[in-house]
Design a binder for this molecule. Structure first.
Ligand code: TRP
Length: 330
């Protein structure tokens, strides 16, 4: 039997190049080797978008289109809508007993998000606890491998801590620890150079952005503020254009030459940005074309079938969990 793999995305917007390089490319490779599940995490999206449920629902379709357009094959990968699997919520409730507020407070990704979102003293409890619900996602589908960006490592740690606690407490081994699968570039900087590429910060290039938007975003990219004239020597470190060339140019020898030229001076930002724009357009044109040919009815059918298949597995795991705890039906 193939090992199970699970990843997920919050459908809060279209997926971007950070997702592509950090996770989607990996998923396309892994789907033929493993039994892969992808969770469209609409429940998790609601933890910080509870005031925009319609946006979340619409984005389930958009995110699924992103998956299919980059090469996720619904015959190899089971795509699941999180809110349609009630066992996830039930399992989360059991797990909440095994986690302390201290652990949740220490989660660096959640800490960062709380700061970004300005929640401060009014942190929604659902949001604060989403790492626990993510542990339910992962274990409900008995996933052994989880391909994610490095910001998700604290969630994997939290999951494994719950698994160990559960198994020890209930003298069982029904839950299995999981392992993260990181890609080469697991964190892509935003076009502003400030932080990671994120749809909520508006500093990302979406996989489905039209050609002119891609170009516009490339030309907004932060480079080296001291590189004023083309003849000036420029800095490559911290230069967003080079971060993207490293991630997306298909000839890294060319990128090495560009870096040397930029460092010694004589290579202007406009020329450099045009080179990046060309390679991104080349990468994204076939993906966009595939996306434009996807039919909404087909998407819904794929989601329906994937969720139905996942529901069987969810029931199976839930029975094992309830038996392990000793919860009876009356
Ligand atoms: N937290 C992930 C993100 O923000 C999304 C997610 C939800 C996920 N459930 C998951 C990732 C399970 C991996 C496994 O991108």
């Amino acid at each position: 039997m193939k090992k199970k793999i699970l990843t997920g995305d919050r459908p809060t917007g279209k997926l971007h190049l950070g997702h592509y390089i950090g996770s989607l490319q990996n998923r396309v490779k892994l789907q033929s080797v493993y039994d892969q599940y992808i969770l469209v995490a609409d429940l998790q999206a609601l933890t910080d978008h509870f005031d925009h449920p319609a946006q979340v629902t619409q984005n389930i379709i958009e995110v699924t289109k992103d998956y299919l357009s980059v090469g996720i094959d619904p015959n190899q990968t089971t795509i699941v809508v999180q809110s349609q699997i009630p066992e996830i919520a039930a399992l989360t409730i059991y797990y909440l007993n095994l986690v302390t507020l201290g652990q949740l407070h220490r989660n660096p990704t959640v800490k960062y998000e709380i700061q970004q979102k300005g929640y401060d003293e009014a942190i929604p409890a659902g949001f604060f606890c989403y790492p626990v619900s993510q542990a339910a996602d992962i274990t409900l589908f008995q996933a052994e491998l989880v391909p994610v960006g490095d910001d998700q490592l604290p969630m994997i740690e939290q999951t494994n801590a719950i698994v160990r606690r559960f198994n020890r407490l209930y003298h069982t081994n029904v839950l299995k620890e999981c392992q993260a699968v990181l890609s080469k570039t697991s964190r892509l900087v935003g076009i502003d150079g400030q932080s990671k590429s994120s749809k909520s910060l508006g500093n990302a290039i979406a996989i489905s952005d039209p050609p002119e938007v891609i170009k516009q975003k490339v030309f907004q990219m932060y480079t080296d503020p001291n590189h004023i004239k083309a003849s000036d020597p420029g800095r490559v470190e911290g230069n967003v254009v080079f971060a993207y060339l490293d991630a997306f140019h298909n000839d890294q020898e060319v990128v090495a030459d560009l870096k040397a030229h930029y460092r010694r001076g004589g290579l202007g930002d406009v020329v450099l940005k045009n080179i990046l724009n060309d390679s991104l357009q080349l990468l994204l044109a076939p993906i966009r074309e595939k996306r434009n040919n996807l039919d909404a009815k087909v998407i819904k059918e794929i989601l329906h079938q994937g969720t139905e298949k996942a529901a069987h597995l969810a029931k199976e795991t839930m029975k094992m969990v309830r038996d392990a705890i000793g919860i009876q039906s009356f």
